[in-house]
Design a binder for this molecule. Structure first.
Ligand code: ZN
Length: 299
């Protein structure tokens, strides 16, 4: 009988075979969730109750583990760098999350120091402070935060991020369920004012994949993360249109591996296999699973 540890090692072996087979030094995952324990527990509770923001879907969390175990697992997988995507759902929360994330990045130096923001008074100054403290990536959750990303109160913050060249991973698509301000239209307004903003569209904009591809083709600094896209789970309810595959092949230098670890209803390796089975070839996979992020974050 195999112990739980042996099962994990077997899984890590599968993940490692994927990237060693491509000749990579490891993976870079731009979309993983680490947040204060009680916030994460609330997120997990939400997934457990199949709430409306997850489209009422059955969503068993595969990696419901203690924080140190989750970090150890990513390292065992050979993830060289990851993020601590965290986000407020109300005012007055972002700064506290940012101080937690700064501390987390000190504790886990392979985590890219992450920060977040919300349309509220003072946002410009705490974004500036986070940048000065060394934040390397931001997360904006338009769906959960239920705000317009083109909100006037965020304009200076977007300007600061664009100027600093610090990317923002934005959940702006209407998956798994639409929010009040999800979809391409608000993002079009953000980019019209901040064309240099290094926007990473989370989940490739699921389900508005083609609309967000239009934006990536129009703006050089728009990128897409693969989080949950192409997996059996997502293909079951928001499939990526096959006709758009040549477009992501052409945008191969602007697609970045993201997974949503630990909040995923399947094993980590499935995301990698889901990318591999697209048949876009080893050069595309190398760029997406490592090289594009290595260049973006100078790793
Ligand atoms: Zn996520």
């Amino acid at each position: 009988m195999s112990s739980p540890h042996a099962v994990v090692s077997e899984e890590a072996g599968e993940v490692r075979r994927f990237w060693t087979g491509l000749g990579l030094p490891g993976l870079i995952d731009v979309h993983t969730h680490f947040m204060p324990e009680r916030v994460l527990r609330k997120v997990w509770d939400y997934f457990d109750t199949n709430g409306p923001l997850i489209g009422g879907l059955e969503w068993p969390i595969t990696y419901r583990k203690e924080e140190d175990e989750r970090i150890a697992l990513l390292r065992e997988f050979g993830v060289r760098a990851f993020t601590s995507m965290l986000y407020p759902h109300k005012p007055g929360m972002a700064e506290w999350l940012n101080s937690w994330a700064a501390d987390f990045a000190r504790r886990a130096p392979d985590c890219l120091h992450t920060a977040t923001l919300y349309p509220e008074p003072g946002v410009e100054s705490y974004v500036r402070r986070a940048l000065e403290a060394g934040a390397r990536v931001f997360k904006a959750h338009v769906q959960v935060g239920a705000y317009d990303p083109a909100d006037e109160r965020l304009q200076q913050a977007w300007g600061l991020l664009a100027e600093a060249g610090v990317p923002v991973v934005m959940h702006c698509g209407s998956g798994p369920a639409p929010g009040r301000h999800t979809g391409t239209e608000p993002v079009v307004r953000v980019l019209a004012r901040h064309p240099e903003l290094r926007l990473i569209v989370a989940h490739m904009g699921m389900p508005e994949y083609e609309g967000f591809l239009d934006l990536a083709e129009r703006y050089d600094q728009v990128r897409l993360d693969t989080t949950m896209v192409f997996t059996d789970f997502s293909e079951g309810f928001m499939p990526f249109p096959r006709r758009a595959l040549p477009r992501i092949a052409d945008l191969g230098d602007r697609v970045l591996l993201g997974t949503d670890f630990p909040n995923i209803p399947y094993p980590y390796v499935h995301q990698l296999q889901a990318l591999e089975r697209l048949g876009l070839g080893p050069a595309w996979l190398r760029a997406v699973c490592h090289d594009n992020a290595a260049e973006l974050f100078s790793l």
